[in-house]
Design a protein around this ligand. Structure first.
Ligand SMILES: *Cc1c(COP(=O)(O)O)cnc(C)c1O
Length: 494
């Protein structure tokens, strides 16, 4: 502990001691990053982390002493940068992920450089986020004056929509009494809904039993009539239905529930209508695809990702809430240390902090604002259409391979398929396709992912990828038969 008085020569700071040296390194970082992105097509879709790298990172002791920017940057280049899950590659088709964009990366850097605090101060970043939310609302057909908030991801955006639904339709002051204030609150979603719905009711204090998982029809859309019957039975049993959840683009197969029918059901039952449109909502950007998600504009709340089918770097998503009063009522709380002074840096209040659980928030809006303006929303619509056309054409191509079955007709941008050799049981097919998936990934051919549809193991080729060229899909499709047949032969021999 030093007792010397403060002094301009010795005051510590984290700014560079040598700005020119730092500038040179920073320029190198930027060049390397752009070069790496530019050469992605020359690399395998995914490369596993080598054991030595794993150890080097996992076992490093806490660094109390400086190693220097240059040294840690070299380590990053060698040990971190090459070993991602592959999502930036044009041959990544797993789960539902975006690739990031160079402009989005630069915007994130600028936002980080500004270190703007998006609780909602009297500043320009606040205006940018408000504009971005209004643009997204317009794209989704929500009325002017709708509320919304940028969130870190689709899960968070969905939780937020459900939190507002819960408070708005509980029938009592949920903020004051919690779940103890009245009958059990009930929420309805299909068995194909994303796992956020269960986590949501758990986290929002309702409990798992508050989520009714409603069966789907053969096309994997929620059975609206069964949902209606469940709502009525729950009411009769003294429970309180609050929210109907529809999905625009399910994670498994890209299928969209009948959103018009769900909106009608919610209206008739006076329930909140929430739509999870994590990626599917973005189909609305294309006039040709918008009919696929018709009815989305009738939602009371809508969650969508901008880091999936708008391809921006993680993280950014948006939740829209039709009723701005219900939105504020769910979260607004202003202690004296955050009071709006009417003038100065906090004038106008902390608008965003009043609309969600977070106080300090990053300037995620900048990458959306810059990308929409620089590239134009039509460019995104065009690539979304391209992805849908690619998924359809890919399914047609692999359907010609003997033994390959398309498990679900391509509804949007996801082809769901499996290899079914003659004479194999369902269980053998499940095992074969699991192995096939892993070989496709491990050989670096491509990165699709697996799931279950209608109870059987399937491989998903999900295209939310602005780097995918038709040649990538051809290479992937044409690489499948060899891998599939070698597993088949090994299984027959065993
Ligand atoms: C990805 C996804 C989510 C979750 O979004 P995150 O951004 O990963 O949190 C929710 N619902 C659907 C349909 C999704 O595809």
């Amino acid at each position: 502990m030093s007792h010397t008085p403060p002094n301009a020569q010795t005051d510590a700071t984290l700014d560079p001691l040598d700005w020119e040296a730092f500038r040179a390194l920073a320029h190198r970082m930027l060049d390397d990053s752009l070069n790496h992105t530019r050469s992605l097509s020359e690399r395998p879709a995914w490369t596993p982390v080598p054991a030595a790298v794993r150890r080097a990172i996992a076992e490093e002791p806490l660094p109390m002493e400086a190693q220097g920017e240059r040294a840690v940057y070299e380590q990053f280049l060698e040990q971190v940068l090459p070993y991602t899950n592959g999502a930036r590659s044009g041959r990544f088709f797993g789960w539902v992920q975006g690739n990031g964009t160079p402009l989005g990366m630069m915007a994130d850097m600028l936002a980080s450089g500004m270190n703007a605090h998006l609780a909602g101060f009297n500043d320009a970043p606040r205006l940018v986020e408000l504009r971005v939310i209004a643009w997204v609302a317009e794209l989704m057909g929500f009325p002017q004056g709708s509320s919304g908030l940028l969130m870190s991801g689709g899960s968070m955006a969905n939780y937020l929509g459900l939190a507002v639904a819960r408070n708005a339709r509980a029938g009592y002051d949920f903020r004051k009494f919690g779940a103890l204030g009245g009958p059990r609150l009930m929420v309805y979603a299909s068995t194909e809904a994303h796992s956020w719905a269960q986590k949501g009711v758990e986290m929002l204090g309702l409990g798992q039993d508050s989520l009714r998982k409603v069966p789907v029809d053969v096309e994997l859309r929620v059975s609206v009539e069964t949902m209606r019957a469940m709502i009525e039975a729950d009411r009769a049993a003294g429970l309180r239905p609050v929210c109907v959840i529809g999905t625009a683009g399910t994670v498994n197969s890209g299928v969209t529930d009948d959103l018009e029918a769900l909106a009608d059901l919610a209206a008739a039952e006076r329930l909140w209508f929430h739509v999870d449109g994590a990626f599917g909502a973005l189909a609305r950007l294309s006039p040709a695809l918008a009919p696929l998600v018709k009815g989305i504009e009738r939602a009371d709340s809508l969650a969508l990702d901008l880091h999936k089918w708008i391809y921006l770097p993680y993280e950014v998503a948006c939740v829209l809430i039709r009723d701005p009063v219900a939105h504020r009522d769910a979260f607004a709380l202003t202690p004296s240390y955050l009071r709006d002074e009417g003038r100065g840096a906090i004038a106008g209040g902390l608008v965003f902090a009043d609309l969600g659980p977070e106080l300090t928030r990053s300037f995620k809006a900048l990458k959306v604002w810059m990308s929409f303006k620089a590239q134009g929303v039509d460019a995104f619509a065009e690539i979304i259409e391209q992805n849908v056309a690619q998924a359809r054409a890919f399914a047609e191509r692999i359907a010609t391979v003997p033994g390959i079955e398309i498990s679900v007709p391509v509804a949007m941008n996801i082809a769901v398929w499996r290899y079914v050799p003659v004479g194999f049981t369902d269980e053998q097919c499940d095992a074969l396709n699991q192995e096939l998936l892993l070989r496709i990934q491990e050989t670096g051919l491509a990165v699709p992912s697996g799931s279950h549809v209608h109870g059987r193991y399937v491989i998903r080729t999900c295209i939310t990828n602005h780097r995918t060229r038709w040649a990538d899909l051809v290479a992937f499709a044409d690489g499948i038969p060899l891998l599939a047949r070698s597993i088949e032969q090994a299984m027959r021999a065993a």
